[in-house]
Design a protein around this ligand. Sequence first.
Ligand SMILES: [Zn+2]
Length: 145
Amino acid sequence: MSLERIKLPISRSYPPRVSAFSLPFWTALNEGKWITSCCADCGRQTFPPKSVCPHCWSSNVIWSDLSDRGTLYSWTRIHSAPTAFADEAPYAVCIVDLDSGIRLACRLVERDDVTVAPGIPVEIVVLAYEDGPLFAARPMDTVSD
Ligand SMILES: [Zn+2]
């Protein structure tokens, strides 16, 4: 399954520093794949990807698929942004609990048809900037019953 790409006609305001270790993550993200490091010794995933397992200190780390669905833990909308992001304000950021148990912070892509509130289901999407990808969470369709 591939993450949805949202094309943005601008460059990233604060591009990530890509290392030899993190390059596979950014390459995969650009291809719509959502992966992270997983310890081959204790089996636990970490995010962001790390070359050493923070749980057991093993450097026997492999790449594994990450859950692209989760629950919104918290969010806020930034109106007065740091200088680097001033041109993008207002924008929303959030904390997401992925279904696989990873908690991460990222941009939140708001939708006109969904009221954002803690506890709503979200999915990870690729923000395809002109100079490379970033990831974000976006509310999923609400289930009516
Ligand atoms: Zn480990």
